[in-house]
Write a protein that binds this ligand. Structure first.
Ligand SMILES: NC(=O)c1ccc[n+]([C@@H]2O[C@H](COP(=O)([O-])OP(=O)(O)OC[C@H]3O[C@@H](n4cnc5c(N)ncnc54)[C@H](O)[C@@H]3O)[C@@H](O)[C@H]2O)c1
Length: 328
């Protein structure tokens, strides 16, 4: 199916990151111009590869916390995809102001720039962690009360509130996506990079945080991006809220076993113990995805398939750079 063209320049914050760079490649096929704002803290310039038709995004290296350095990038824009933030949930525990600055205040600056330059639409990458420990699984978008367990989750929820207020106060059409675990190329954090890093440091043992029974759903980046694009094409409320996840789950133990097997099977698996892997962790996560499915979206990979595919890619990257500067 041919995707509809997007009018005018679109802006992607965090476009040099793992999800952002895949989104940028899709947008390049459809929009007249794609402008990326990224401070390259976890993203990389080289993630911004040209589209199949040879088009390239325009990168502005700037920090969202300093709006004067990038606000004019919004001039003439027709949509903002706001993905930039600190992506690592655990960091907020030792640095409690991090997510307030990188998640909440940065979102305020992005919204102000959008308001100033009359950008009519904004899409935002929120997270399943806003649900906290939900008593309903799969968890629907209408679930409440929302009690995030981490400062990252609190910042996402606060950002959602700001987006809703700007939508209703200033007429900016808003899309909020609550992602499950999104995995794919160029990831810098999360369970797979963590396990690969541990096995690189010590190939004889893999420590899994928690009791290994944590079960979550995993989505490939391509599926996540396809879901966001479809929703922004087909949903037209003032505030459009969607879960984006998979219909199934996979446990930390199963992921650990797959990673160990991919490394030759020699490492023994140990557990640090406890139901949660770390403070702020949500041990069981499964999102209800009926709302996005009703628009016609289906993930191509199940959770175990997404994990298998991503492990294969990461092993390929290791073998491509033996002993050298690989990330895993
Ligand atoms: N990957 C997941 O499982 C997952 C799950 C839920 C939500 N999300 C959200 O999706 C978004 C993208 O995550 P990702 O996994 O691609 O992470 P990522 O780290 O690969 O991407 C984040 C990008 O934002 C940039 N950035 C960070 N702080 C910035 C700042 N102050 N100014 C400018 N640029 C900044 C980074 O350099 C990076 O390119 C984030 O908002 C994240 O919270 C991700």
């Amino acid at each position: 199916m041919t995707e509809p063209a997007l009018e005018g320049p679109v802006i992607v914050t965090g476009g040099a990151g793992a999800i952002g760079s895949v989104l940028v490649r899709s947008l390049l096929e459809r929009a007249s111009e794609v402008r990326v704002i990224d401070n390259l803290s976890s993203g990389r310039r080289e993630h911004l590869t040209p589209s199949r038709s040879g088009k390239e995004a325009r990168l502005t290296v700037a920090d969202l916390k300093q709006p004067a350095t990038y606000a004019d990038v919004f001039r003439g824009g027709t949509a903002v995809w706001h993905l930039a933030t600190n992506p690592d949930i655990r960091k907020g525990y030792t640095d409690p102001s991090l997510d307030l600055e990188e998640g909440t205040r940065a979102t305020f600056h992005v919204l102000e720039a959008a308001r100033h330059y009359d950008v009519p639409r904004i899409a935002f990458s929120s997270s399943s962690v806003v649900y906290g420990f939900p008593s309903v699984l799969p968890t629907p978008e209408g679930y409440g009360p929302l009690e995030p367990q981490s400062l990252y989750g609190a910042a996402k929820l606060a950002a959602e509130g700001l987006l809703s207020a700007y939508a209703h106060s200033y007429g900016i059409r808003t899309y909020i996506f609550r992602f499950a675990n999104v995995i794919g190329p160029n990831m810098t954090h999360g369970i797979l990079p963590d396990f690969f890093e541990k096995l690189r440091a010590d190939p004889t043992r893999l420590e899994i945080l928690g009791d290994g029974r944590q079960a979550k759903s995993y989505l490939r980046t391509e599926d996540c991006v396809a879901g966001m694009l479809l929703a922004t094409d087909r949903a037209h409320d003032q505030v459009n809220l969607f879960n984006l996840g998979n219909v199934d789950q996979i446990s930390a133990r199963e992921i650990g076993e797959k990673v160990v097997a991919a490394h030759g099977g020699g490492a023994r698996i140990e557990y640090s113990g406890g139901r949660r892997g770390w403070v702020g962790d949500v041990p069981v996560q499964l999102l209800a995805i009926d709302r996005i499915q009703a628009l016609g979206w289906r993930p191509r990979w199940s959770s175990p398939e997404a994990v298998d595919h991503t492990i294969e890619e990461m092993m390929g990257e290791r073998h491509a750079r033996p002993g050298g500067a690989h990330r895993f």
